[in-house]
Design a protein around this ligand. Structure first.
Ligand code: AMP
Length: 341
């Protein structure tokens, strides 16, 4: 049975970028494949403090992250859907160390996200931040996951995972790890034309990032729905004066069209066709603002109805599965590298 796997870090409040790039892609794939695939959705809580955070809030954020997965539509009663915390499956950290010793400093240094984040946090560039893609490789390889629904920003890390896995397979035997599918195949599997990148509302040349300190740049899942609608109304557009899907010259407008299509479950081409040639950016903004407002109100109501007891039950089932599968793979790797017989 193939495995589809993804996770969203629990350090800050997730945005609609995370929702559309990771949660929703995973829910769509679960609906399509859960009869004959494992659907692994985990909270990478060990990844949460690669940059400084408020640790007194972390535990509650992790539990809220699990509620978000359930509210997004993952049916935890389905025996093939597994929801778990990375830190509660020690094999992740153990495999990460082994993989560290087969990853070259030069290749890890090339990671764009490391370069960007070390500029943002120049006073606290930790070894954890540098190592994080290798822990991510362990997250994926422990479960032989082939498909990893991710936003565009993560494809470089996926490529690194493929390189590390191929290196170990060449050294220790071809069946040690399943090699995750390459970017093109991943995107096709998600029924997308290219990797998804929801844009920053103030500067649409950048991605919407949950770590951005300027609240106007992002829509967080906990935003007041009316306040979120206002952010859409003041999103940066352009001076072309005509609605077109053109990510290079009109990234703000194209971003609004993308958000509208994904949140309403419509084909992006149909949404583009509806608005093609129209000239009122205000009309488009009002429509998207209304869509975002309704989406948030509905999502937040679902989250509020999920109890902590429900989360505990979901995690008990998910973590039992995850430890079983991950420990079996870890033992195989420990044997290959000579740690056990
Ligand atoms: P992170 O914020 O690094 O925990 O990312 C969690 C997931 O959300 C990953 O799959 C990212 O690729 C995805 N993601 C984050 N930001 C965006 C965005 N602006 N557009 C699309 N996907 C995103």
């Amino acid at each position: 049975m193939q495995t589809i796997l993804t996770g969203v870090r629990a350090n800050e409040e997730p945005t609609i970028g995370n929702f559309l790039g990771a949660y929703k892609s995973m829910v769509n794939l679960a609906n399509e494949h859960s009869a004959n695939s494992n659907i692994n959705m985990f909270v990478p809580d060990l990844h949460s403090f690669t940059t400084p955070i408020d640790h007194s809030k972390l535990y509650a954020q992790v539990i809220k992250g699990i509620k978000y997965y359930i509210a997004a539509g993952l049916d935890a009663n389905n025996p093939n859907i597994h929801i778990y915390r990375q830190s509660h499956v020690p094999a992740h950290s153990e495999l990460a160390w082994i993989l560290d010793c087969f990853t070259y400093f030069g290749e890890a240094s090339r990671m764009t996200q490391f370069k960007e984040k070390s500029e943002e946090h120049a006073d606290a560039i930790t070894v954890g931040l540098f190592n994080y893609p290798i822990l991510m490789a362990a997250d994926i390889l422990l479960y032989d996951a082939k498909y990893i629904p991710l936003g565009e920003d993560q494809f470089q890390h996926l490529e690194l995972t493929r390189d590390i896995a191929t290196r170990l397979n060449n050294k220790f035997g071809e069946d040690l790890f399943t090699i995750p599918a390459p970017e093109k195949e991943q995107v096709k599997f998600m029924h997308l034309e290219h990797g998804l990148r929801i844009r920053n509302l103030v500067d649409p040349s950048k991605k919407m990032s949950k770590s951005s300190e300027n609240e106007k740049t992002k829509i967080s899942l906990s935003d007041d729905p009316k306040a979120a609608a206002k952010k859409i109304m003041s999103a940066t557009t352009d001076s072309e004066g005509v609605i077109r899907f053109d990510m290079i010259n009109q990234p703000g407008i194209s971003n609004l069209l993308t958000i509208e299509a994904l949140l309403t479950d419509r084909n992006i081409q149909d949404v583009i066709a509806d608005w093609a040639g129209q000239t009122s950016y205000g009309d488009l903004k009002r429509k998207v603002a209304d869509t975002v407002e309704h989406f948030l109100a509905d999502f937040q109501e679902k989250v509020a109805n999920i109890t902590d007891e429900q989360v505990e039950q979901v995690l008990a089932k998910g973590e039992e599965y995850a430890n079983r599968v991950a420990n079996a793979k870890l033992a195989k790797v420990q044997k290959a590298v000579g740690l056990i017989k």
